[in-house]
Design a protein around this ligand. Structure first.
Ligand code: PLP
Length: 358
């Protein structure tokens, strides 16, 4: 039997139907309706944040965040999902890559600092909490004050992650989440931006509704609103979120127990919890990766080289210096199955299959 890499959470149909009935009865299908309001409030409370703006997907969340904060020239990581960089290029933002840290696989604060010293025009950094593992947020905080830059975190993987008890979404000028069906919490498609400042939240809320304010067009806006049917999915799933996150985190730690010392796992932020969003392993060589991949395929276990390739090979127009860590890690990394419908037995089957390939 196949063990799938991912498996989206199916919302409880009875609960979902109740929410959908409310939408049909109110006749308010989109444009900041009552379910949008409820989901916003419940997410703010659950995540421990303020100024959370729901949007139609994580990619638009990034684009709207850049526009709201006035980012014109940015540094980002080549070791992320393509949208982290493509969103910058789509906005016409002058973009450069810096390398990642060898242990966490997150954008390196020291490499960014070197680049900032050479390119004073840069006014933004976009850093991904890769696999949900928090970046060096304190390091980026210091850099932001010293160089007067905006920091946007791509927190698409970091739902429910805290650093020393404080939501990771509270760092930087803005953080974005993705609520795509494959994420730990989802609205089929969807996302959110968490702003540090209320004024930015207010501005972004106008931008995602064509920048129309009291009937007047006030700026170049876009349509990035999350509709009521999708909010219904979110509200339904949110009821079970503790259970979902704890099951995933338990499987994550079972993987760790069985693989630590045999393969490299990204070094997790020492003050952060885990949400079991992904299970990346880094093999010693591309040959070892091929051997492990062959064993997994033979046993019907899905895997994904993620993130591959290092994005500098996809976007030659993006300037960069030395990116040897990103290039190296992206050739040796594999994500193993991890989702809510996975069992402990599945994890043990996956880990014993990985061991056969080592
Ligand atoms: C790191 C990262 N950033 C951005 C996105 C884009 O989110 P969305 O698919 O909701 O547009 C994703 C989605 O998979 C992601 O993994």
């Amino acid at each position: 039997m196949t063990i799938s890499l991912n498996s989206p959470i199916a919302p409880d149909l009875e609960k979902l139907t109740n929410y959908l009935k409310q939408v049909n009865e109110s006749g308010w299908y989109t444009n900041f309706g009552p379910l949008h309001q409820q989901l916003t409030e419940r997410l703010e409370e659950y995540l421990g944040v303020e100024n959370l703006l729901l949007v139609s997907n994580g990619t638009l969340a990034l684009q709207v965040a850049y526009k709201t904060l006035g980012i014109k020239s940015a540094i980002t990581s080549p070791f992320s999902f393509v949208a982290t960089t493509s969103s910058l290029l789509w906005q016409g933002i002058d973009t450069q890559f810096c390398d990642i840290d060898n242990y966490s696989y997150n954008l390196s604060v020291s490499k960014v600092e070197e680049a900032l010293n050479q390119t004073p025009d840069v006014n933004g950094v976009v850093a991904t909490h890769v696999y949900g593992n928090p970046c060096d947020v304190e390091g980026f905080d210091k850099l932001a004050s010293k160089h007067n830059i905006k920091v946007v975190y791509d927190a698409a993987h970091a739902f429910g992650i805290k650093v020393d008890g404080k939501s990771v979404l509270n760092f930087g000028d803005a953080s974005i989440l993705s609520f795509h069906a494959t994420k730990v919490f989802h609205t089929v498609e969807g996302g959110a931006i968490v702003f540090k400042r209320k004024a930015d939240y207010e501005k972004a809320k106008q931008l995602i509704n064509f920048a129309i304010v009291n009937g007047e067009i006030t700026d170049v806006g876009i349509n990035a609103k999350l509709n009521e049917y999708q909010c219904a999915v979110g509200l339904t799933i949110l009821d079970d979120i503790d259970h979902i996150l704890s099951h995933r985190a338990e499987l994550f730690s079972l993987y760790q127990d069985n693989l630590t010392g045999l393969v490299d796992l990204p070094q997790w932020h020492s003050l952060a919890n885990t949400n079991g969003a992904y299970l990346p392993i880094c093999l010693n060589s591309t040959e070892e990766l091929a051997a492990v991949a062959a064993e997994l395929s033979e046993s019907g276990i899905q895997y994904r080289p993620y993130f591959k390739p290092s994005l500098d090979s996809v976007f030659p127009q993006v300037r960069h210096g030395n990116l040897e860590v990103s290039r190296d890690i992206s050739r040796r990394v594999l994500c193993l199955p991890l989702h809510f419908n996975l069992t402990r037995e599945d994890v043990l089957k996956v880990t014993s299959t990985v061991k056969k390939g080592l």
